[in-house]
Ligand binder design. Structure first.
Ligand SMILES: [Zn+2]
Length: 48
């Protein structure tokens, strides 16, 4: 079972902690999502 990392601010889910952390930092700072970060989310991966 893989661990899922979630951004507490926008609830995007990531397989890698570094992206979840990046996202959370970005969300807190800018109150919006960075497509360069959210493209790594699990939701986006399923669309492939
Ligand atoms: Zn976020």
């Amino acid at each position: 079972m893989k661990k899922i990392y979630k951004c507490k601010e926008c609830n995007f889910k990531y397989k890698e902690k570094k992206f979840a952390k990046k996202c959370e930092e970005w969300c807190k700072k800018y109150k919006s999502c960075n497509i360069e970060i959210t493209k790594h989310s699990i939701k986006n991966e399923k669309l492939k």
